[in-house]
Every structure is written in structure tokens, then in C-alpha cells.
Design a protein around this ligand. Structure first.
Ligand code: ATP
Length: 355
């Protein structure tokens, strides 16, 4: 049965080096969450701690209300009722797909194991591959076998470490979506680790952005993008730049591009000098606008161009424009600002003004 998970202010270290620092988050049964962050920020160490491979020097971890890790309690990994999927599949090469999936079903009768293997392979759409060997499958298929194997014993929690990172971009997005639908259908609680924002957004209900061993923001993907709680999260999640601005009222910020009205998420007083976060989708291409900026760079993304634009002051903004508006570097592009969420950070102030 799927279970709720609570990670409560855990800290871990390797010899003398701190790897995780007071990391906390909670998940309801059936939630899909992701730990996202730059290399070395402690994502895998948190996952290892949840799995029972990494001791805690502080804090505790609870699965289904039961303490499974603390400084005084350690439930052995094999008694945690967790499934795991890693980047390199780790399938047994000399065993067929069917035997791989049945590997964790040693407590079941042979007839039950056969039924579960058949059901799991159908669920990952590999029912016809039961007698194949791993080397006869594509990378995406191997990863689906690894998933079927991890899910076969009905774990309370599934842990996945960079499961899609060896796959090409198209496949990883498709598989991320497929795996999400499958886990939602079964109702499995799952924590996934990735450094790839698209993986995190495709897959998760909640994302924890990690920095230097702690969770900087635990939130829905939409909020991470539109209401980042710190400069670090704003920079790490999505494209964007900061423009010099001044708080003009409780719902307005003034910049060189005019007065912007919207939801202003701050209690900074009027007149405060701030950095305003401007995302590429806030800068709309409009030939009829009185404002324009010079195209410095452009990056083709299929359905759109991401233009880097130079403002008269020397500042820069990014603009996402449908790719049939094909403008050359050096041209002036008419622009209009449409910012719904005004995200500001005081200049030289603390990095978490929204807390
Ligand atoms: P990546 O995305 O590169 O896998 P990560 O966010 O998963 O990184 P961790 O692997 O958890 O980060 O590492 C956190 C910190 O702990 C890093 O500073 C790393 O160098 C250190 N570390 C990780 N594993 C060990 C180890 N076995 N021995 C010593 N230090 C380690």
C-alpha cells in the first residue's frame, strides 16, 4: 500500500563534509515529488537516507507515520517496503524480462508471481517482451522494465534517481508523462531525483529545489516558476532576467519599461529599489508598441524563438516569440510588457523576501 512520507529536518555528512542540512518536506499518500537542484546539492544523499543507506546525524524520517530513520532508529533497507529505480536500469543481463520483474517477488507463490509479472508488464506496455533479454530492448524499454520490477512488490514508496537521464529529450518527456500517469493510476507515492527542470515539471505534483544541502522551496511547479521564494530559485528554475525597479504602490513596480501592475508579492514599502524578475513570456512581441529593443541573440526552439533583447539603458530582457516571427539579429523588435506576478527582491537585501 502507498504511504505518506515525512522528512523532518534531516542532516547527513560524509566523514567531515556536510551533505544535507536540515532538509524537510512532507508528502501525502500517492503524491509524486521531485528533488531538483545543481550537482552536489545533496539530492541523492536525501534519497539514500530515505532508502536507509545513509545514516542521519540529525532529524528523522517517517513512512506511514512510523519512524524508519533517526539518530537512534534505523530500519534496515530491505524492511522499508520501498522500490528503487536508478539511471542505469541495473537489470540482471542474464535474466529475461519476466525473471527480472519477478526478482523481488520471492515472498509470493509461483502462481501469484506469474500473475503480477504479467500485470506489471502489461501496465508498462511490454507484455510481449516477457521472454526477451535486457540487451534486446531499447533504453526506454529497459527503464520501463526497471519500473515494473520496482513496482511489482507493491512498495509503500518508490524512489527514483535520475531515471530518465540516459534517454534522449523526446523520449524522456514522453516517458516522464507515462510514468506519472502509471503511478497516479496505481496510487504510488514517489520521490524522484533530477537535475533537469523539465523532468521535474513533467512528473511532479511538488518539487523541492535544493541548495547546499537544504530545501530552498518546496512547492508546485507553477509556483516555483511564477513565485520563486528566492533569487536562487528564480535563477535555477526557468529563464529570466532581473530589471532595476522601484516599488510604486502595493500593486505596481516602475522600471525603464514603464509602470507594471499585477500581483505584487512583497511587503516592501513604496520607494524601495528592487530587482524585478522578468520571464521571457512576460515580454510580448508587438509591432504596434511604442517600445522596442534590439535583437542581440536568438535561439530557435521549434515553435518559438527565444530572443535576447538589448534595452536602451544597456539592460537585457528575453522574449519568447512564435517562430513565424522570424527577425534577424540587429533588428529592433516592438515589445509590450505583460507581467501578472510581480516578483521583486530588494537590492542588496536578504535573498528570501517572500518568506
Ligand atoms: P549530483 O546531481 O551530481 O548527483 P547530488 O545533488 O545528488 O549531486 P550528492 O550526491 O547527494 O549530491 O552529494 C552531496 C555532497 O556530498 C557533495 O558535496 C558530494 O561531493 C558529497 N558526497 C556524495 N557522496 C559522497 C561520498 N560517498 N563520500 C564523500 N562525499 C560524498
Amino acid at each position: 500500500m502507498s504511504a505518506p512520507l515525512k522528512v523532518d529536518r534531516i542532516s547527513c555528512r560524509y566523514e567531515n563534509e556536510s551533505a544535507v542540512n536540515h532538509a524537510s518536506f512532507e508528502m501525502a499518500s500517492g503524491d509524486l515529488a521531485c528533488l531538483l537542484g545543481p550537482s552536489g546539492c545533496g539530492k541523492t544523499t536525501v534519497l539514500r537516507a530515505i532508502a536507509g543507506f545513509q545514516p542521519l546525524i540529525q532529524g528523522a524520517i517517517y513512512l506511514d507515520g512510523r519512524c524508519i530513520s533517526s539518530t537512534s532508529t534505523v530500519v534496515a533497507p530491505e524492511h522499508r517496503n520501498m522500490g528503487m529505480v536508478f539511471q542505469d536500469h541495473a537489470l540482471f543481463p542474464h535474466m529475461t524480462v519476466g525473471r527480472n520483474v519477478s526478482a523481488g517477488l520471492f515472498r509470493h507463490s509461483a502462481a501469484d508471481a506469474r500473475r503480477i509479472v504479467g500485470e506489471m508488464l502489461e501496465r508498462v506496455r511490454l507484455g510481449d517482451k516477457i521472454n526477451k533479454y535486457p540487451h534486446e530492448l531499447s533504453g526506454g524499454q529497459q527503464q520501463r522494465v526497471a519500473l515494473a520490477r520496482a513496482l511489482a512488490p507493491s512498495p509503500g514508496l518508490l524512489l527514483m534517481d535520475e531515471p530518465f537521464s540516459n534517454l534522449d529529450v523526446d523520449l524522456r518527456e514522453r516517458l516522464g508523462q507515462e510514468v506519472r500517469e502509471l503511478l497516479k493510476d496505481i496510487g504510488t507515492t514517489c520521490v524522484l531525483v533530477t537535475h533537469d527542470q523539465q523532468d521535474a515539471f513533467t512528473f511532479s505534483d511538488k518539487v523541492g529545489v535544493m541548495r547546499d544541502g537544504h530545501i530552498e522551496q518546496w512547492d508546485q511547479p507553477y509556483n516555483l516558476y511564477h513565485e520563486p521564494a528566492s533569487v536562487f530559485v528564480a535563477n535555477f528554475v526557468g529563464d529570466g532576467v532581473f530589471l532595476d525597479g522601484t516599488i510604486a504602490s502595493s500593486s505596481e513596480v516602475k522600471t525603464e519599461l514603464g509602470l507594471h501592475s499585477g500581483d505584487l508579492v512583497t511587503d516592501l514599502p513604496v520607494g524601495t529599489q528592487v530587482d524585478l524578475l522578468v520571464r521571457p513570456d512576460d515580454v510580448i512581441h508587438d509591432d504596434n508598441s511604442s517600445q522596442s529593443a534590439k535583437i542581440l541573440k536568438r535561439s530557435f526552439r521549434g515553435e518559438s524563438y527565444l530572443y535576447t533583447l538589448l534595452l536602451p539603458s544597456g539592460g537585457k530582457v528575453l522574449s519568447l516569440v512564435p517562430s513565424h516571427h522570424d527577425h534577424a539579429i540587429g533588428e529592433d523588435l516592438g515589445i509590450r510588457m505583460e507581467i501578472d506576478h510581480l516578483i521583486v527582491y530588494p537590492k542588496d537585501g536578504p535573498t528570501c523576501p517572500l518568506d
